[in-house]
Design a protein around this ligand. Structure first.
Ligand code: ATP
Ligand code: MG
Length: 414
């Protein structure tokens, strides 16, 4: 039996990779104009980084992390998300000397989840983080940047949901109220949520179990218990979003699956046709995390986009394909002139594949067609003497002779 890939770990084949490239290039082009710089982070970190930041009583830390001991018995984890690593690097390299730091990253994340369409064990995120800014205007600007990116890349019907999770001064009272509410309905909750009722009752609001969704339908809303400062912040967010012309809905149930969020949280959904896999991006504010990881007190805001889900949403037609030119040289001397011509075309950014096989031109033309040629450039002994090549347009079957000096312009123009 041949060896296959592990379930939940995907190959991204060339046609889809082209869509990904367009996604990443569009994001990068837009994020750059908002002052973001790229950071490249390791895929493996010390396990404690994630248990301390994401929180012990979360699905990710309890049951989804790929954790292992390396050969010197250190506990390591394949990163399940990017924010913790960004914050670790921010502290480690003292990036906080700048008043505000805007960072962008992209790469694979790993979670041991049940694989299904739109949910994988290795998946890619593109994320952006603003570190050192507490104003809700930063939240609104970053969300607005994300919406512009979705628009530019071709997403139709993206919906923004926002909520506030309060802070360490107002959330404990809310948690108590929620715990009291849930205790009356404890038997309807899934085992996991029952077990975490004391440590982390908020998780029940995020649980995708049918019983938990029903039991929490009338749960008290956290935005009703915000302190004055969180409430003002949330009002600031809403008015800044209004100013930016970004539409949103307040969803008081949205709590997100990571413990580090404070104040603003948000999620962007789009109709993927995949039920609970309809969230394409999510994020929020994490004003306590830098301090939690022993850095200076730093208010932060960030988000991550799920690349696979975005790609599913866009389909293949958003990718722009560059025309493929296949070059066929007939004989030794045409081949050496051909190499020179090919180099010239590639220097100008054109795609040229040389067809190396020997044999009848007819067969080589067939191979060129199967290579996806839009045009075939043929150089034989006669053409070499005349200083021309024959170009065949594969869509129309039209042929023409073009002088060497005019080849690049002719191909570039059509
Ligand atoms: P979900 O509610 O779908 O489980 P999440 O709340 O766990 O998502 P985050 O941790 O906030 O997601 O990650 C941000 C984005 O990353 C999600 O909106 C989604 O697009 C994507 N994502 C998360 N987990 C997966 C996964 N297992 N496979 C593919 N994409 C994922
Ligand atoms: Mg999840």
């Amino acid at each position: 039996m041949p060896i296959t890939a592990i379930r939940g770990f995907n190959d991204i084949l060339p046609a889809e990779a082209l869509v990904w490239r367009r996604i990443e290039e569009t994001a990068w082009r837009i994020f750059l104009t908002y002052g973001f710089s790229e950071i490249k982070l390791p895929v493996v970190e010390k396990t404690a980084l994630f248990s301390r930041s994401i929180g012990e009583a979360t699905d990710i830390v309890e049951k989804e992390m790929y954790t292992f001991s390396d050969r010197s018995n250190e506990s390591l984890t394949l990163r399940p998300e990017g924010t913790a690593s960004v914050v670790r690097a921010y502290i480690e390299h003292k990036l906080y000397v700048a008043p505000v730091t805007r960072l962008y990253y992209t790469g694979p994340m790993f979670r041991y989840e049940r694989p299904q369409k739109g949910r994988y064990r290795q998946f890619y995120q593109m994320g952006a983080e603003v570190l050192g800014e507490e104003s809700p205007m930063a939240d609104a600007e970053t969300i607005s940047m994300l919406m512009s990116f979705f628009k530019a890349v071709g997403v139709i019907g993206a919906r923004l949901n926002i909520n506030s999770l309060g802070c360490s001064s107002c959330r404990p009272a809310y948690k108590d109220a929620l715990r009291v509410f849930l205790k009356d309905r404890v038997s309807a909750l899934c085992d996991n949520c029952q077990r975490r009722l004391e440590a982390n009752p908020l998780r029940a609001l995020d649980c995708k179990g049918v019983g938990c969704i029903e039991a929490t339908a009338d749960a008290p809303a956290i935005i009703e218990s915000l302190c004055a400062s969180c409430s003002t912040h949330f009002d600031g967010l809403k008015s800044s979003l209004n100013d930016a012309g970004v539409e949103y809905a307040v969803n008081p149930r949205m709590v997100r699956g990571l413990d580090y969020y404070t104040k603003t949280t948000f999620e962007i959904t789009a109709d993927t046709g995949l039920g609970s896999q309809n969230a394409v991006a999510a994020g929020g504010r994490y004003d306590g995390l830098v301090e939690e990881l022993e850095g200076p007190k730093t208010p932060c805001f960030g988000f991550a986009v799920g690349v696979e889900r975005l790609s599913l949403l866009l389909g293949k037609d958003v990718a722009v394909k560059t025309p493929i030119n296949v070059f066929i040289a007939l004989g030794h001397e045409p081949r050496s002139k051909g190499s020179e011509l090919i180099r010239g075309l590639r220097d100008k950014g054109m795609v040229v594949i040389e067809e190396f096989s020997e044999g009848a031109l007819k067969n080589r033309m067939k191979r060129a067609d199967r290579l996806g040629a839009s045009r075939v450039i043929i150089l034989g002994e006669d053409e070499l003497k005349e200083g021309v090549v024959t170009i065949k347009d594969m869509a129309t079957a039209a042929q023409e002779k073009v002088r060497f000096e005019e080849l690049a312009d002719r191909l570039g123009a059509s």
